[in-house]
Design a protein around this ligand. Structure first.
Ligand code: SF4
Length: 301
């Protein structure tokens, strides 16, 4: 199979990328880009829940070899970790980045240079980690990066707390969507990250992502387009694994590439939270895998 051209090249040529960047940037004045809908004026540096104003803040960037194999290939996934978060789970394993603001503000042209450097290092994709609240900066930087030769696929690596209306802005631009689906029960989502509406937004945004890019396409061992869903198994089935797997199989696609993850450990504030203050057992992980196969999913990581 031949490798398809990254979607955003055509969007750049047609002018659509410029339009989407302008539209996203205009929304920063009364920000409703993510489900929090804080209506902060980020142009004037008012900060909403994501604590991010006019400029994106970056904690680190590098070729990353810990992602799923189709993203890593031989030269790594070009990961850019954005500081802060619009979801803010109390157990986050990157608590210093997501909650404590570790990182530096950068301009859009600096962000473009980072993308070009990662491509120069041989990375197979640009992997934006927690991009939901910096879409305007990403789109604006992308214009500069394309002018300077960026051509590798873009990965939108998100918590899943996205507004489908905002995800529509990425249609024809993002190549690979990689959302988490973290919690099924709104009450658990409220307790862990004060986001009672997380499950509903995750369902709707994941459906929109799949509508745009379809199932994951892998060419010569490398992901080039499509949807990849991550699910972190939590103690005492707090994540609602069975319901999530059934939703993915029945309402997205039984051929969705799903990574059921076993690495939960209590970080951040979780050590003080009932039920979240321990890792998962082997039996809990086994039950999660069984739930995925019983749901009919046929493409597990
Ligand atoms: S992107 Fe940030 S400021 Fe905008 S609605 Fe979401 S949390 Fe609030």
């Amino acid at each position: 199979m031949t490798v398809p051209q990254s979607s955003y090249i055509e969007a750049f040529v047609s002018g659509m990328l410029h339009q989407r960047a302008e539209e996203a940037t205009a929304r920063m004045e009364d920000c409703d880009l993510c489900p929090r809908k804080c209506h902060a004026n980020r142009v004037n540096e008012d900060l909403g829940t994501c604590k991010t104003g006019w400029l994106a803040k970056v904690a680190s960037y590098s070729p990353h070899f810990g992602e799923e194999q189709p993203l890593v290939g031989t030269h790594g996934s070009g990961t850019i970790f954005f500081t802060n978060c619009n979801l803010g789970c109390n157990f986050c394993q990157n608590f210093d980045i997501s909650h404590e603001g570790y990182g530096v503000e950068i301009t859009n042209s600096h962000l473009a240079r980072i993308m070009i450097n990662l491509q120069y290092l041989g990375c197979h994709n640009i992997n934006f980690v927690t991009p939901s609240y910096v879409i305007p900066q990403i789109l604006s930087a992308l214009i500069i990066a394309v002018k300077n030769g960026l051509s590798i696929p873009l990965v939108y690596n998100t918590s899943g707390y996205d507004d489908p209306a905002t995800i529509k802005l990425l249609d024809g631009i993002v190549d690979i969507f990689m959302p988490d689906f973290k919690f099924w029960d709104p009450e658990i989502a409220r307790q862990v990250c004060n986001a009672y509406d997380y499950p509903e937004y995750a369902r709707q945004s994941i459906k929109e992502m799949h509508r745009q890019v379809g199932d994951l396409v892998i060419v010569n061992g490398k992901a080039v387009r499509g949807l990849l869903i991550r699910h972190l198994v939590l103690p005492d089935n707090l994540a609602g694994t069975r319901e999530i797997m059934k939703f993915i199989a029945d309402e997205v696609s039984a051929s969705t590439y799903v990574n059921v993850m076993d690495q939960y450990r209590p970080c951040g504030e979780a050590i003080d939270t009932d039920n979240l203050n321990r890792g998962i057992t082997r039996k809990e992980f086994y039950n999660a895998l069984k739930a995925a196969s019983s749901a009919g999913l046929n493409r597990m990581n």
